[in-house]
Design a protein around this ligand. Structure first.
Ligand code: BV8
Length: 251
């Protein structure tokens, strides 16, 4: 029995009927229903000792390279065993509905791409990418000799291709995301605690630029009071229902 349709305010549906330019920012919450623990819960087994925010830094990696490398191997395994959920799949249909659609994610799990979303802006990189720590270039042929972490041919340590705290986001990705926030008519913030910057600033850039701001999250966040509409609930339920509304009036 499908849950009742999420009540979507008529004012929001009217705006979506007329919108051409729509942007979405997702966070760890959209992968929760795929069984991928949110960032802060991802250090299962390490939870008692370390805080994710402390591990996800270059300093932590240089101090404890094996610990941090193994943590990312552990998380890669979690994601490999996960599948995109109906929230990811619904968003992958949005480009068919809106002429100019932009998907921006803070997530590093690649689940949007596995759900068929094209042109995903990954603000924080991708957990399956591996970089040379010193050269910062992508390394594809990783020879893991069991001594974690493996080394680059140049002798430097290899690291996961994600953006750590204290590191700048990829310039092109951030510029494209900021341009989409400035130019859109409706901006969705989905499954994010709105705590990590500069990603957390994007919804406010959109609002200041005149966009309608919609938050989808089962709990409140620092963004909630700024949102024009809040659809309280899990993305895996709310998004398929929103899509149903959108497809109904788009015929
Ligand atoms: C930088 C990759 C320049 C690694 C990550 C301005 C103000 C304050 C601080 C700063 C600022 N500017 C910069 C900072 C410092 C810092 C920062 O933001 N600190 C905060 C925490 C205080 N930012 C940085 O360092 C950034 N770099 O700005 O460079 C610079 C350089 C030097 C000094 C200063 C500035 C880099 C940030 C990127 C860090 N890397 N990830 C990895 O994954 O291992 S961030 C990491 O945490 C995740 O990628 C994710 O983005 C973030 C967690 O956030 P969420 O995605 O929101 O997930 P969370 O678990 O928090 O929340 C889940 C939400 O989902 C909840 O709200 C929950 O209710 C909801 N939910 C649950 N279930 C569902 C659901 N929603 C829908 N459906 C469901 N079913």
């Amino acid at each position: 029995m499908a849950p009742p349709l999420t009540a979507v305010p008529e004012r929001l549906l009217t705006a979506l009927r007329q919108a051409q330019r729509v942007a979405v920012l997702t966070g760890a919450g959209i992968s929760a229903e795929s069984g991928v623990p949110a960032f802060r819960d991802a250090q299962t087994g390490l939870r008692s000792k370390y805080d994710a925010q402390e591990l996800a830094t270059p300093e932590a990696f240089l101090a404890r390279p094996r610990l941090v490398w193994d943590w990312y191997l552990f998380r890669r395994g979690l994601v490999e065993r996960a599948a995109p959920n109906r929230g990811h799949e619904s968003l992958a249909r949005f480009p068919e509905i809106f002429a100019d659609f932009t998907l921006i994610t803070q997530n590093v799990d690649g689940l949007h791409q596995r759900a068929g979303q094209r042109d995903v802006i990954e603000l924080h990189g991708n957990i399956f990418d591996t970089l040379c720590f010193d050269e910062r270039r992508l390394v594809s042929d990783v020879r893991d000799d069991g001594k974690a972490p493996p080394r680059c041919d140049c002798g430097s340590l290899l690291r996961p291709g994600v953006v750590w705290f204290g590191e700048s986001l990829p310039g092109p990705a951030l510029s494209r995301a900021e341009a989409a926030a400035r130019g859109c008519q409706v901006f969705f913030s989905i499954g994010t605690s709105s705590l990590v910057h500069p990603a957390a600033g994007l919804p406010l850039i959109a609002k200041r630029s005149g966009a309608l701001l919609v938050e989808i999250n089962p709990t409140t966040t620092p963004l909630t009071t700024s949102a024009d509409h809040v659809l309280s609930g899990p993305a895996g339920q709310v998004l398929p229902q929103l899509l149903q509304h959108l497809e109904a009036f788009r015929g």
